[in-house]
Design a protein around this ligand. Structure first.
Ligand SMILES: [Zn+2]
Length: 85
């Protein structure tokens, strides 16, 4: 029995790319971030269940900051960090 020789799949998992990415989340109570698009607070409103897009911003593989957009603003901004997951 020969050992598995699938280097192709190994390459895919070991090469981790630290790129900017975005996720959609519900806005939580106590959130006080400013939306970089409209410059208004991303504020929690009871019973509204508003969505935000949280972006981890990387430059050359180095983490820079987190940006929090209103869900609509992220779309208006042209999804600068890709499609939210
Ligand atoms: Zn906004």
């Amino acid at each position: 029995m020969a050992p598995p020789t699938s280097t192709a799949t190994d390459d895919k998992t070991s090469e981790q790319r630290w790129e900017s990415r975005a996720v959609t989340r519900l806005i939580e109570a106590g959130c006080a971030a400013e939306c970089p698009h409209c410059h208004e607070r991303v504020k929690y409103r009871a019973r509204h269940r508003d969505q935000q897009v949280i972006c981890n911003v990387y430059t050359d593989g180095v983490w820079q900051r987190v940006e929090q957009y209103h869900a609509e603003c992220y779309g208006d901004a042209g999804e600068p960090y890709g499609e939210p997951q």
